[in-house]
Write a protein that binds this ligand. Structure first.
Ligand SMILES: *Cc1c(COP(=O)(O)O)cnc(C)c1O
Length: 362
C-alpha cells in the first residue's frame, strides 16, 4: 500500500527510503544488538554515525574547512537568542524583515542589543522583498541577519544579498539542502532539522571559526558556541537519534545526485505547482511577487473560504495531507520539501484541477 503525500510545513515528510532503512535498523544497528537510540553518545558506534553524518553534510554543501558544523538542540528558535548573545560583541546588528520568522528573530535579538531593521516587507504584507537599494545597512554592524525562506509567508530570496564585509547570518530552516549554497559567503547558517533535514529536536549551525569565542560574559555555557565547538557538539548528550536520521537523509541526498540534482528537481516541482495556480484563471491564487516565490512553501487561496473545508477533506481522502495554511495566514499551503517527489506534486495539481472543475460553475 502506498503512503499518502504529506505536505506539512514541519515536522515534514521524510524520504520513504530513509524511514525504511531506519525501520530495518531500529532494533539492531549494524549487528550491535542495540537501537541507535540506546547507544552511548561517546561510544565508538555512535561516534562513527555522528562523524559520517557531518562528513556527508560537509560534502553536500561543500563546507569550507574554516567552518564548524554544530549539531545542537532548542530548534531554530533558540538560535534567535544564541546568535545575538554570541555575535553582537557589544555592537549593533542589521536585520532584514521579510515575514513572520524574521520578525521573531528581530524581537528576540532586541532583548540583547540595538537592532537596526534595514528594510521591511510589512507594508506590502510580506508579498515581496524590499529592493536592495532601499535597505538602510550599517557598514559597522556586527552581523546582518536574514531569512532566506519565509516558511509561513512563502517568500524566498534566491540570491545571497551583498552587504559588504558584514558577516551574514541566515535562517535556512526551510530551504537548506534544497539547492547548493556558497557557504563561504556566510558567517553563520542555521537550520532546524524538521523541514529538510530530519526529525525535530536537532538544529544545525554552520559557523565560521573566527566568529566563535566572543559570547557576552554572562552567556550560559550551553548557549556559547565555543562550548559546542570545543566538544564536537558532545558537551552534553546531543539528540542522538535525530542526528542519526539526519545522517541517513544526507546519504539519501548523495544517492539522488547531491544538491545540483535536488535543485533541478525542486525548481521543476515549484514550477509545476505555480503554473497550475497561475493557470487556474484566478480560482487559485498565490500573492507573492514572482521573483520571490518560494520553492519549498507554496501558499494559495481558493475563491471562497467556504470551499476550504471541502478542499482539505477531499484532499485528505485523495491521500494529500496537511494542506491547510498557517493559522496566521489562512488559506492553503503546500510544502514541497526534498522528500516530496515530483509525482506528489503532479497528484496535487491533478486534484486541484478536478476540484476546480467541480466547483467553478456553481
Ligand atoms: C520552522 C522555522 C523556525 C522555527 O523552528 P523551531 O525548530 O520550531 O524553533 C524558524 N525559522 C524558520 C524559517 C522556520 O521555518
Amino acid at each position: 500500500m502506498s503512503r499518502p503525500y504529506n505536505f506539512s510545513a514541519g515536522p515534514a515528510a521524510l524520504p520513504e527510503a530513509v524511514l525504511a532503512q531506519a525501520q530495518t535498523e531500529f532494533m539492531d544497528w549494524n549487528g550491535t544488538g542495540m537501537s541507535v537510540m540506546e547507544m552511548s553518545h561517546r561510544g565508538k558506534d555512535f561516534t562513527a554515525i555522528a562523524q559520517q553524518a557531518e562528513a556527508d553534510l560537509r560534502e553536500l554543501l561543500s563546507i569550507p574547512k574554516n567552518y564548524k558544523v554544530l549539531f545542537l538542540q532548542g530548534g531554530a528558535s533558540a538560535q534567535f537568542s544564541v546568535i545575538p548573545l554570541n555575535l553582537l560583541r557589544g555592537g549593533t546588528a542589521d536585520y532584514l524583515d521579510t515575514g513572520i520568522w524574521s520578525q521573531k528573530a528581530i524581537a528576540e535579538a532586541q532583548r540583547y542589543g540595538k537592532i537596526n531593521v534595514v528594510a521591511s516587507g510589512a507594508a506590502d504584507k510580506y508579498t515581496t522583498v524590499p529592493a536592495r537599494e532601499t535597505w538602510q545597512c550599517n557598514p559597522n554592524a556586527s552581523y546582518f541577519h536574514y531569512t532566506p525562506n519565509e516558511t509561513i509567508n512563502g517568500v524566498e530570496i534566491h540570491d545571497v544579498p551583498d552587504v559588504g564585509d558584514v558577516p551574514i547570518v541566515a535562517d535556512f530552516s526551510s530551504t537548506i539542502l534544497s539547492r547548493p549554497i556558497d557557504v563561504s559567503k556566510f558567517g553563520l547558517i542555521y537550520a532546524g532539522a524538521q523541514k529538510n533535514i530530519g526529525p525535530a529536536g536537532l538544529v544545525i549551525v554552520i559557523i565560521r571559526e573566527d566568529l566563535i569565542g566572543h559570547a557576552q560574559p554572562d552567556t550560559p555555557v550551553m548557549l556559547d558556541y565555543k562550548t559546542h565547538a570545543e566538544h564536537d557538539s558532545m558537551y552534553n548528550t546531543p539528540p542522538t537519534y535525530s542526528w542519526y536520521i539526519a545522517g541517513l537523509v544526507f546519504k539519501w541526498l548523495k544517492a539522488q545526485g547531491g544538491l545540483n540534482a535536488m535543485s533541478a528537481l525542486n525548481q521543476c516541482k515549484a514550477n509545476t505547482l505555480y503554473a497550475a495556480i497561475d493557470g487556474s484563471g484566478g480560482f487559485y491564487r498565490n500573492p507573492i511577487a514572482i521573483p520571490y516565490r518560494s520553492w519549498m512553501n507554496v501558499p494559495f487561496t481558493l475563491p471562497a473560504e467556504a470551499l476550504e473545508k471541502q478542499f482539505l477533506q477531499q484532499a485528505t481522502q485523495a491521500g494529500l495531507l496537511n494542506l491547510a495554511g498557517h493559522r496566521i495566514i489562512g488559506g492553503m499551503r503546500a510544502s514541497i520539501y526534498n522528500a516530496i517527489p515530483e509525482h506528489g506534486v503532479q497528484e496535487l495539481v491533478q486534484f486541484m484541477q478536478a476540484f476546480q472543475a467541480l466547483h467553478q460553475s456553481l
